[in-house]
Design a protein around this ligand. Structure first.
Ligand code: NAD
Length: 257
């Protein structure tokens, strides 16, 4: 089953209003899927959904009831979700101990709640809808779930202890989730991006962006969000990709700072 066979199917992209999620929504739309954006950002989400002739749902991924309401809307308007790409995320920076004070536990918990638990809420709820739907292909395929980790799951830098813990959790749940859903025809992969030029990095001065890009072995530049969207489409396209975490990073290995 190729990407073209998924044309017309419903896809959900969380964090779809901005950055990697927005690029993913564009790539999936171009591939012919009907895309719903789950995000907190109403203005950007509505504008992109209008441009893509898709659906915007105001959803907080860390709130199970909010996710369920978004899924109800998708099911009613676009049909059963067949593809879920979890891109919603936050990246606050703080050290384990800073000026003698322990890491703020509220900030730590929020990072885990949004990045890890939010991805799991969306994945488990979307998977239940995929499982309830008829197989999409003769081989029994019902859907694909792609979670977004980070190279910080492997080489977390100083100040990334909460973020790295949340992304390490995404890496850890990839294989067991793929195994849990294998007999239902739902594949699960994760992408671990390196440095991508999204609003997060666009806010940095140009010389800082250039110096960050120069740390990437090849190509020596920041990744384009469209290149992330391309990998999402490749994962959907390739039925043998399952249970795997793919680094998309130009071979960068982050230094401590
Ligand atoms: P971004 O800030 O441009 O987009 C994140 C989106 O998530 C925003 O639209 C935001 O409104 C949404 N969001 C945040 N909390 C939410 C919540 N509780 N519910 C719903 N939506 C919520 O960031 P990005 O750079 O595109 O990052 C996307 C994902 O990729 C994140 O998980 C991030 O950790 C990961 N990542 C990014 C990079 C990079 O270089 N940009 C590198 C590694 C990993």
């Amino acid at each position: 089953m190729d990407l073209k066979d998924w044309a017309g199917a419903a896809a959900i992209v969380t964090g779809g209003a901005s950055g990697l999620g927005a690029a993913t929504a564009k790539a999936l739309t171009q591939a012919g899927l009907k895309v719903a954006l789950f995000d907190l950002s109403d203005d950007m989400g509505t504008a992109l959904a209008t441009e893509l002739e898709g659906l915007f749902c105001h959803v907080d991924v860390s709130d199970p009831a909010s996710v369920a309401a978004g899924l109800d809307k998708v099911q009613a308007e676009l049909g059963a979700p067949r593809v879920l790409v979890n891109c919603a995320g936050i990246a606050p920076a703080s050290k384990t101990v800073s000026r003698g004070e322990p890491h703020d536990i509220g900030a730590f918990t929020k990072t885990i709640n949004v990045n890890l638990i939010g991805s799991f809420i969306c994945a488990s709820q979307a998977a239940a809808r995929m499982v309830a739907a008829d197989p999409f292909a003769p081989d029994g395929a019902r859907g694909v779930i792609i979670n977004t980790a980070s190279v910080a799951a492997f080489d977390g830098q100083i100040g990334q202890v909460a973020y790295s813990a949340s992304k390490g959790g995404i890496v850890g749940m990839t294989l067991p989730m793929a195994r849990d859903l294998a007999d239902k025809g739902v594949r699960v992969c994760a992408i671990a991006p390196g440095l991508f030029l999204t609003p997060l990095l666009e806010g940095l001065p140009e010389d800082v962006q250039t110096s960050l890009g120069a740390q990437v072995p090849f190509p020596s530049r920041l990744g384009q969000p469209a290149e992330f969207g391309k990998l999402v489409c490749s994962i959907v396209d390739n039925p043998m990709l399952n249970g795997e975490v793919i680094r998309l990073d130009g071979a960068i290995r982050m230094a401590p700072r």
